[in-house]
Design a protein around this ligand. Structure first.
Ligand code: GLC
Length: 729
């Protein structure tokens, strides 16, 4: 080879080497922190500031000059929201963005099955990836404090341990698709009333033992790459730029290295945003005219006003560089990651995942030998209720979806029954369509029609509950009553006067009052089941699937039995400025245990099966636990019925003597086990010091005090199967 060729070759290698050596941030094989530093030092101050705030309703700027793509966020926790217009909330009306709607997160939590959470996260992550979004605005893990909260359906129930175990696999699997899970709303967003600025007053123990754990698990175990600040305030500061929550806890204590994203319109101040941990600002309505029809992005708090402070030297670049590092880290984990997967969208596989989650999440609350319906004997079925035909993937606020399809309960029942029986339908009660205000109507004629029809039926499926209209299960406001709307209670009472075989199916994301519960043979909580919801419900009603869901929250008999409603207005909904969590750590079943006389209608962790289970031989591998050791509890669970089923074995821990008040017991372990008829399995749960600890707010540390503890094995918070004393030394 001539000298010339050799020279060209050497020059070529050097220049590639030089360029390659120069463009570290583009090298997917380089350590991410090296890529971050390399990109950072190439960016101008204008490019850095542009990255911190929205440029459209759901996107923020990358660095075109450096080939760093824009960041694209999408709602929501239950599926990939349809494309919005560049600068509006309105739909862009694309023809290829109809997604699979997965069940609501209360349903996922009700599966008590982390494998379902993993499947769910994988599937929704694939859909987000395919739609080229690199930030999924979900999941939500705010604790269920009142059954009136309009957004509980987007969250994972009342218990921090259950929500923690379920959020981790969801986050991990979403992120394997090169999509950042943006866990929300951090923190204390437990009501929609005055959500924009209610100042939550809560003691440190409740904050750390009840309201933060699921976020902490998502970050420290799930490795979440993004967190969304909540609208409300804490310690008088908006959560989107809150020194204590974002800097002290999230970034310093939990070592969160991801991005804090504001909620849309949750940013209110430049100085606080710069210094109190906000990294990306979205949805700000700086024109002060309300919900942003047209946002002037230059007026954002982290836009021109921040740039000006920087240029005038009134703020240093330290905070700016930290924000940009976090965003670049997210970019190199998502849009510029090595081996970025391709995702998939609207697939049969995803629809079947949704169906599986719905089938595993439906909770059989009560069943006096009427379910599953035997189509050999039952020949005339009446379906009653607006929720039997109502689309539930629309409405509800930002979690609304343009679903590829949605099987309604009636469709599911008709498909499953086919020609095996006659199925008739009457609406029974009038409910206005989504977005239409409720007006006073005379519902007696519809009730009369339903009662007449019920006389002829072998079985009546009453399918009611709540819906995604305002003041029901909907973002932006709370329910105004614990009772079912549209006079459903009266309709159920009238139906049972003419037909004893009324199965009540509640479709909701919240507990509801059930004054008729002793007059009906069966009650199910079927949640918002998503695209395949109707088929999942039919599978349960006719016994193709044995129900195995367990309640992720307590269903009180009456609202006053709920701790948030056991005090005064200040405890809920607040006095217009603040809301005081007077119940402290005694939320949900912890409250019922504390008050003893308050018996729930249906307990946390409750759920029946079409088979029965027997627990035997509850034991531990030791009775003295020394510091640093673990203790393993075992129990034999046998399927004593005639069909296969799944049981959720729950472990609660009781601290028999503590220097600070503690709940009677707290969930600290659970295992969902599948058993064939007659099959018996040994279920084991291992815990350590962490599960025995409480948060000492004086020393700001988790403490497991030596002394006596009790392990309680149970099938719900009140169905105790065995107790064991043990001692921590
Ligand atoms: C909404 C919600 C948040 C959502 C965001 C974008 O107001 O609070 O959950 O992700 O705005 O739609």
């Amino acid at each position: 080879m001539s000298i010339r060729y050799i020279l060209v070759f050497v020059l070529g290698v050097c220049s590639i080497g030089l360029f390659a050596q120069k463009a570290v941030y583009l090298d997917v094989y380089k350590p991410i922190e090296e890529r971050v530093e390399d990109a950072l030092q190439r960016m101008t101050i204008e490019e850095k500031v542009a990255m911190l705030h929205a440029q459209s309703k759901f996107s923020s700027a990358g660095v075109p000059r450096l080939g760093i793509p824009d960041n694209w966020a999408t709602d929501g926790p239950h599926g990939i929201r349809s494309e919005a217009l560049w600068d509006e909330w309105d739909d862009a009306k694309w023809t290829n963005d109809s997604c699979i709607a997965f069940p609501a997160l209360t349903c996922l939590a009700a599966t008590w099955n982390p494998q379902m959470a993993a499947l769910y996260g994988k599937s929704i992550g694939e859909e987000a990836r395919y739609r080229n979004k690199n930030i999924l605005l979900g999941p939500g893990v705010n604790m269920y404090r009142t059954p009136l909260n309009g957004r509980n359906f987007e969250y994972m129930g009342e218990d921090p341990f259950l929500a923690s175990r379920m959020v981790v696999p969801y986050v991990q699997e979403v992120q394997k698709n090169g999509v950042a899970a943006c866990v929300k709303h951090f923190a204390l967003n437990n009501q929609e009333v005055q959500r924009w600025d209610v100042d939550v007053v809560v003691d440190n123990r409740a904050l750390h033992e009840i309201y933060l754990p699921a976020f902490k698990a998502a970050v420290t175990e799930g490795g979440a790459w993004a967190i969304m600040g909540a609208y409300n305030k804490y310690k008088g500061q908006h959560c989107c730029h809150n020194q204590y929550l974002l800097n002290d806890i999230l970034k310093n204590e939990w070592k969160f290295d991801g991005v804090v994203v504001s909620d849309w319109g949750g940013t209110h101040d430049t100085w606080e945003s710069v210094h109190n941990g906000l990294d990306m600002e979205f949805g700000t309505w700086t024109d002060g005219l309300g919900a942003g029809a047209s946002n002037a992005y230059a007026n954002y708090f982290l836009s021109d006003s921040y740039l000006q402070l920087l240029k005038e030297g009134k703020v240093g670049q330290e905070e700016l560089n930290d924000k940009v590092r976090r965003i670049l880290r997210m970019v190199f984990r998502t849009t510029m990651v090595k081996k970025r997967p391709f995702g998939s969208f609207g697939t049969v596989e995803h629809a079947l995942v949704g169906r599986k989650v719905a089938e595993e999440g439906i909770v059989l609350l009560q069943n006096r030998n009427i379910l599953p319906v035997d189509l050999v004997k039952v020949k005339k079925i009446l379906v009653v209720g607006d929720n039997a035909v109502r689309r539930m993937t629309i409405g509800g606020g930002s979690s609304a979806l343009k679903a590829k399809y949605e099987v309604s309960p009636l469709q599911g029942i008709l498909k499953r029954v086919a020609d095996l029986a006659e199925v008739n339908y009457v609406v029974g009660y009038e409910a206005p369509p989504y977005g239409v205000k409720e007006t006073k109507v005379d519902r007696a004629p519809l009730r009369k029609q339903a009662v007449e029809a019920a006389k002829e039926a072998d079985v009546v499926f009453f399918i009611g509950g709540l819906n995604k209209n305002g003041n029901q299960d909907c973002e932006g406001d709370d329910r105004r009553s614990y009772h079912l709307p549209y006079e459903q209670d009266q309709l159920i009472e009238e139906l049972v006067t003419v037909n004893p075989n009324v199965v009540v199916v509640i479709i909701s994301g919240n507990a509801v009052a059930m004054p008729w519960v002793n007059k009906v043979p069966a009650v199910l909580e079927a949640w918002y089941g998503g695209t395949e919801g109707g088929n999942a419900l039919a599978s349960i009603l006719f016994g193709d699937v044995n129900p195995s869901g367990k309640l992720p929250f307590t269903i009180p008999v009456k609202l006053e039995d709920c701790p948030a409603h056991a005090f005064d207005e200040r405890t809920y909904p607040g006095d217009g400025k603040s809301v005081v969590y007077s119940e402290s750590i005694f939320t949900g079943y912890r409250w019922a245990d504390k008050l003893k006389k308050v018996k729930p209608l249906f307990a946390f962790g409750h759920g029946l099966s079409y088979t029965t289970f027997q627990y035997d031989n509850f034991r531990a591998n030791k009775r003295i636990l020394n510091d640093g050791q673990t203790i393993t509890f075992s129990v034999k669970v046998k399927n004593t019925g005639l069909r296969e089923g799944k049981e959720v074995v729950q472990l609660y821990i009781s601290d028999k003597k503590s220097s600070l008040p503690r709940p009677v017991k707290e969930l600290k372990g659970f295992v969902k086990v599948a058993l064939k008829p007659g099959e018996e399995k040994d279920v084991t749960i291992t815990i350590g010091k962490e599960e025995l600890s409480y948060f000492n707010d004086v020393n700001h540390e988790w403490v497991a005090e030596p002394g006596k503890f009790e392990a309680i094995i149970a099938a719900s918070a009140i169905e105790i199967k065995g107790k064991l004393d043990f001692e921590l030394r």
